[in-house]
Ligand binder design. Structure first.
Ligand code: IVH
Length: 352
């Protein structure tokens, strides 16, 4: 085997195990075996620097720091979601959808967890990650390609062996998050080194992704779930459900707690199911997203003031915790007024 072929074979092997570990959470080999493969590749590339490519798994360690991020325009704007604060408001959303479509028929919906992280866009051309950006104001974001390349759940190359062909160009959208336990560990280390703490996992994810030095990002435990697309060339999907299957087949990470519902009642039940799982999930969510499944209906519904008419976010109540009053101290004011102050036993609320 030539050096080129050995490098190619090693890269394929590493990409395969990377996907098993970081996307499917189902590794086949030990960390030590994985590290050994990576080491072999590094050594080969060191001997043949002319064979190093930008999409090699060795290139996930970060690059030289930037002075600033370059602007990136989103050809299809990255919209935000209107909120439904109760199941009744989700039912009202369904009524508006039917009224707009002048239809009495039940609508298929997809219900997804609303991840509390940072929205990003990944552009793949011929299956190769060429650009990654923040959402910004929805129309213009920042080029954070180097940083996103350090996140192992993001494939540098899309899988081509599936039934769905890889599009010529696609903008994949999703949320970069930090798991709660990783956030706690990061803050613990920052306490020890006297660095400022992150307020919550979302801030930690956002702060990590917006580092000018991608070598810092590479040290942060980030993850990403994909839930949609912007522009796409060469492939079409009929439904959100089909799209999510396609994203998965290309090796992108899709949340496992997504339900296809045949009407709004099922969708409300799916929202409530996600809410009941909230405290047991390893990452923070702040709601559930209800999306019209069929893209032709989505297109007919369109958008209104930056939000699509075809989706709504069912927002959960802010985190609540119970604690005990340990003491009541009476403070004496300047005028002699007495103010009782409750001393509460500290509790953790939503990771804080
Ligand atoms: S769909 C127009 N799906 O929520 C549809 N968004 O206010 C836009 N988010 O900026 C996005 N989980 O950061 C969608 N499963 C999900 C989501 C999700 C989290 C965030 C996203 C977006 C914001 C919308």
């Amino acid at each position: 085997m030539s050096a080129k072929e050995s490098i190619e074979a090693l890269r394929n092997k590493i990409n395969y195990h990377n996907h098993r570990y970081y996307v499917l959470d189902d590794p086949e080999i030990s960390d030590a075996e994985y590290d050994q493969l990576l080491k072999e590749l590094q050594e080969l590339e060191h001997k043949h620097p002319d064979l190093i490519t930008a999409d090699s798994p060795t290139q996930r360690v970060g690059a030289s720091p930037l002075q600033e991020f370059s602007p990136v325009e989103h050809t299809v704007p990255m919209l935000s979601l209107a909120n439904a604060m109760s199941p009744e408001e989700v039912l009202e959303f369904d009524e508006r959808v039917k009224k707009f479509l002048k239809s009495k028929e039940e609508i298929d919906y997809v219900v997804e967890p609303k991840l509390d992280g940072l929205a990003v866009e990944l552009i793949y051309e011929a299956g190769r990650l060429i650009l990654g950006s923040t959402r910004g104001d929805g129309y213009n974001g920042e080029d954070i390609t180097q940083n996103l390349k350090t996140i192992k759940a993001i494939p540098l190359l899309l899988h081509k062996r599936g039934v769905t062909p890889v599009p010529r160009r696609i903008a994949v959208r999703g949320e970069v998050i930090m798991a709660i336990k990783d956030f706690e560990l990061l803050n613990k280390r920052r306490t020890e080194s006297g660095e400022q703490l992150f307020a919550n996992p979302r801030n930690a994810a956002a702060g990590s992704v917006r580092q000018l030095d991608s070598r810092v990002t590479a040290q942060r435990p980030l993850d990403m779930y994909c839930y949609g697309i912007g522009e796409i060339e060469g492939v079409t999907f009929k439904t959100q459900g089909e799209l999510l299957q396609g994203l998965k087949a290309w090796g992108l990470k899709v949340n496992p707690h997504i339900t296809l519902c045949k009407d709004i009642r099922e969708a409300v039940a799916a929202c409530q199911k996600i809410e009941s799982m909230r405290e047991t999930l390893p990452y923070e969510i702040d709601g559930a997203v209800v999306k019209v499944n069929w893209f032709d209906l989505q297109n007919a519904l369109g958008t209104i003031s930056k939000s699509p008419r075809w989706a709504t976010a069912f927002k959960f109540a802010p985190h609540q915790e119970t604690t005990v009053i340990e003491d009541i101290q009476v403070q004496v004011g300047r005028t002699g007024a007495l103010t009782p102050v409750a001393i509460l036993k500290p509790v953790r609320v939503g990771g804080v």
